[in-house]
Design a protein around this ligand. Structure first.
Ligand SMILES: O=C(O)CCC(=O)C(=O)O
Ligand SMILES: [Fe+2]
Length: 344
């Protein structure tokens, strides 16, 4: 093997059991989030059962194999809900000449069990399954946000472990999105150029935290940490007979909020070098958890962060607003405008 052929080292992302809400778990989560920005959470230690994950992947296949005309009826709009077609989204406009080789379907929040957007014909009968999965993802995020608040030692009198979660309590609209993703086999006539074309361009996520569900054997995610490192579906310590753990990552908003202490790590999706270009389809699901839109991104009241010299606002949004306190909705709007070329 020549040097060029040595596969890059896999990212060593810690695997954490979150069944207990205690300081040990909280400290481990915060350490991992501060070092890598990515954490594997054992699926069996959460409220989400594997059957529901597999059921959701079946629904995803059902939707993505439905006729294009049906998908177009629920095309994505500025509210960030609906279907986006292959090549329509460019996550890394500086480096990409063509859009991402992926299609996606975004669901915003449900209200009283009902979707607040037109559902595609293929999924109309599955509204309650989609609602339940959205709710389970949200509940897991609330638990993780409590653990992050504990790990960051947020001042008790300010709200302690509930400081983040109370700002994600669905008391008003938020940017939270459940996203089904499909990366099709690259068609032979697509003139796909590896290294130039990409399944999902390099980006960081926008919200507080993201849950990512991957499928066994469908690798492709890479994270930027001293070079691009593949993120496995099953990390070495998790037996392949077990369900893949959920990959949790920190988004820009939580990183901004914690003055950059928690890392919002850049990542991308490639056709894995082990698969030929024709490879196989990849399916994944992401849940992007956001605070209620009106949440003010005030400094996190934490002596721990103050000691570390971390003040809110390590990111470009803060420079723009020159010290003004912005809301979660303003933060999100700026990031979406950059991705889709929408006007701010
Ligand atoms: O599909 C994946 O593995 C990652 C998707 C992703 O990073 C995103 O949608 O933000
Ligand atoms: Fe992402």
């Amino acid at each position: 093997m020549s040097t060029a052929e040595i596969p890059p080292e896999q990212a060593q992302i810690p695997v954490i059991n979150v069944s207990q809400i205690d300081t040990e778990t909280a400290d481990r989560l915060v350490d991992a989030a501060a070092r890598f920005g990515f954490i594997f959470v054992e699926l069996e230690s959460t409220n989400i059962d594997y059957n529901s994950v597999q059921h959701m992947f079946q629904l995803s296949k059902k939707f993505f194999s439905s006729p294009r005309a049906e998908k177009e009826k629920c095309a994505i709009s500025e509210n960030n809900k609906g279907w986006s077609s292959i090549l329509s989204e460019t996550l890394d406009p500086e480096h990409q000449t063509r859009g991402d080789f992926k299609e996606a379907l975004n669901f915003g929040e449900f209200k009283d069990g009902r979707a607040q957007q037109p559902l595609p014909d293929s999924l109309v009968e599955d509204e309650s399954t989609l609602n339940d999965f959205f709710a389970s993802c949200h509940n897991l995020c609330v638990r993780l946000l409590q653990l992050f608040a504990m790990g960051l030692k947020i001042d008790e009198e300010a709200g302690g472990k509930d400081w983040f979660s109370s700002r994600h309590d669905q008391s008003g609209p938020s940017g939270s999105i459940l996203r089904l993703l499909h990366y099709p086999i690259i068609p032979s006539d697509a003139n796909y150029v590896p290294g130039k074309d990409i399944r999902a361009g390099a980006h960081s996520d926008y919200g507080s935290i993201t849950l990512l569900f991957q499928r066994p054997g469908q690798e492709g995610l890479e994270i930027l940490d001293k070079g691009w490192q593949p993120a496995p579906v099953h990390p070495e310590s998790v037996d392949k007979s077990r369900p893949p753990p959920i990959l949790v990552n920190i988004g820009d908003l939580l990183s901004y909020w914690t003055g950059g202490y928690l890392k919002s790590t850049v990542h991308r999706v490639v056709v894995p070098p082990t698969a030929s270009i024709s490879g196989e389809d990849r399916y994944s699901m992401a849940f992007f958890c956001h605070p209620v839109d009106t949440t003010l991104l005030v400094p996190v009241p934490s002596a721990f962060l103050r000691e570390k010299g971390k003040k809110r606002g390590a990111m470009e949004v803060d420079l723009e607003s020159k010290g003004k306190v912005i809301t979660a909705a303003q933060h999100l709007k700026g990031r979406l405008a950059a991705t889709y070329g929408w006007k701010k």
